[in-house]
Design a protein around this ligand. Structure first.
Ligand code: ADP
Ligand code: MG
Length: 248
């Protein structure tokens, strides 16, 4: 079986500052990995580097995705090939409504002469809107503009469901969510996973075991100062809740 993602000895940072200092991570299709760790240890940087954010420079190490050199691929190519990042702080796109945004993103992944049929597209929008309990005017509103924190996070999951990615990185998707929203987000991530697990792997960055009531991870990793210092199963997340990071 092909590895979905292989990060080997990754060193990356900004300008003169090294943030990731020899990080290793391997993900097979069908696996859910949780990454936890204190603030400022490089979790979002890892996500950004995998997605191809040009503000970060990789100085050493490799990342392969389905056995291709990910670092050689542009951000667009990565997205087309199924890499998806729900950012910790989702951007607002003033002037672009959710419908236009989603249609463009879906068609960018399809062959040029085979855009999605409008009827299928609207059906998916209606279904997903209900699942995620988005407001009635969701489709017409500008992407994330004036959305509450929780609506922005649910919108990331909306995009995920419609874009059908294969490597999913969810950076603090549960931060700022009330308990009902965590349930909606958690259940929808799990439903997507169950329907796509043969070819899909998920990385969930979180501080809270609450989300893990809905999502059952295969591995939990603790990152500290730019490297993974410990890997365990779901019980590690529960254990941390009691001990904090100091013991690691
Ligand atoms: P985490 O997501 O684990 O909280 P980050 O990856 O966001 O941590 O950040 C790790 C460290 O790198 C922090 O000290 C942060 O201030 C720094 N950092 C991240 N991105 C940048 C950037 N674009 N410019 C300068 N410093 C950055
Ligand atoms: Mg972060």
């Amino acid at each position: 079986m092909k590895k979905l993602l292989q990060v080997s000895n990754l060193h990356a940072g900004v300008e003169n500052k090294e943030i990731l200092k020899g990080l290793n991570l391997e993900i097979n299709p069908g696996e859910i990995h949780v990454i936890m760790g204190p603030n400022g240890t490089g979790k979002s940087t890892l996500s950004s580097v995998i997605m191809g954010d040009p503000s970060y420079t990789v100085t050493k190490g490799t990342i392969s995705y389905n056995e291709k050199d990910l670092l050689e691929m542009s951000v667009d190519e990565r997205a087309r090939e199924g890499v998806f990042l729900a950012m910790q702080y989702p951007s607002e796109l003033s002037g672009v409504n959710n419908l236009q945004f989603l249609k463009t993103a879906i068609n960018a992944k399809r062959e040029e002469n085979d855009p999605i049929k409008l009827l299928d597209f609207y059906k998916q929008i209606t279904k997903t809107k209900e699942k995620l309990k988005m407001k009635e005017d969701y489709a017409e509103r500008f992407v994330n503009v004036g959305f509450s924190g929780g609506e922005k996070k649910r919108n990331e999951i909306f995009q995920m469901i419609l874009l059908e990615p294969k490597l999913i990185i969810l950076d603090e998707i549960d931060s700022g969510l009330d308990i009902d929203a965590i349930k909606i987000v958690g259940e929808n991530i799990m439903e997507y996973y169950m329907e796509h697990k043969e070819e899909t792997g998920i990385i969930i960055i979180t501080h809270y075991p609450r989300l893990l009531e809905y999502i059952k991870p295969d591995f939990v990793h603790i990152i500290k100062e730019g490297v993974i210092v410990k890997t365990g199963d779901a019980s590690l997340a529960m254990h941390l809740e009691e001990t904090g990071y100091d013991e690691i």
